[in-house]
Design a protein around this ligand. Structure first.
Ligand code: ADP
Ligand code: MG
Length: 223
């Protein structure tokens, strides 16, 4: 069964001057567990729009979005929030870590709505160790490098063991060496955890590392 399926998804934004801005013109994409997909395209082509629709942060104008086989059209905002928290992990260009919390505390935040299940700390510590941050786990973000903060953000995205990991320009604020390390890590974690991973980026170098690569061109995905 597919983890995520976009079926003829369109997205249009109304414009003050009349005709809508049509950003997505019929995008279909199917990903199964373990898939590792990149979508590239220039700034403004609709990558974030596509990722936000796949992540239930935004709704399509038409077309269907299915997560683990379930059509999300009927889900209200409250149940979408629950689905997002449990089944989808997000990584953004900026890490958005809370400055007053340690690395470990930041990683545990997505586990709090579920009552902070008994295994959460074990999972968090295991993942922090996996990304080489075991001995940094009690540091606050201000004392970590940009690459370390982004690794913490990746661990936070994975702590609930989501079936889908979505990354929007995950290396966009890193220098090229640190960016390459982060991409290596994402590919390895995808291989370990077998979640479906969708990365949108303007970087061809990042996209080349994924198993499948599409270009978002005039509102449509092309190989
Ligand atoms: P990318 O991530 O590839 O840079 P985006 O998905 O952010 O592109 O944006 C695609 C286009 O849609 C841009 O022209 C942008 O200005 C427009 N856009 C994005 N979000 C909105 C919105 N909420 N309202 C109106 N226009 C939007
Ligand atoms: Mg964007």
């Amino acid at each position: 069964m597919s983890v995520i399926e976009l079926d003829e998804v369109t997205k249009r934004y109304p414009r003050a001057e009349g005709s809508d801005l049509v950003v997505l013109k019929g995008v279909s994409l199917r990903m199964v567990a373990g898939d590792c997909v990149a979508v590239t395209g220039p700034s403004g082509c609709g990558k974030s729009t596509l990722l936000n629709i796949a992540g239930t942060l935004d709704r399509p104008s038409s077309g269907r979005v299915l997560l683990d086989g379930e059509d999300l059209a009927a889900a209200d905002d409250r149940s979408l929030a629950g689905i997002r928290n449990r089944r989808i992990g997000f990584v953004f260009q900026l890490h958005h870590l809370l400055p007053q919390c340690t690395a470990l505390e930041n990683v545990l935040i997505p586990t709090l709505p579920g009552g902070g299940d008994a295994d959460a700390v074990t999972r968090a510590e295991h993942l922090l160790e996996r990304v080489g941050l075991a001995d940094r786990r009690h540091e606050r973000p201000a004392r970590l490098s940009g690459g370390e903060c982004q690794r913490v953000a990746v661990v936070r995205a994975l702590v609930n063991e989501p079936s889908l990991l979505l990354a929007d320009e995950p290396t966009g604020s890193l220098d090229s060496d640190t960016a390459a390390e982060l991409v290596n890590l994402l590919v390895e974690l995808n291989r370990d955890a077998q979640m479906a991973m969708l990365v949108v980026t303007h970087s061809e170098a990042v996209a080349e590392r994924m198993d499948r690569h599409y270009r978002l061109d005039h509102g449509r995905l092309r190989p």
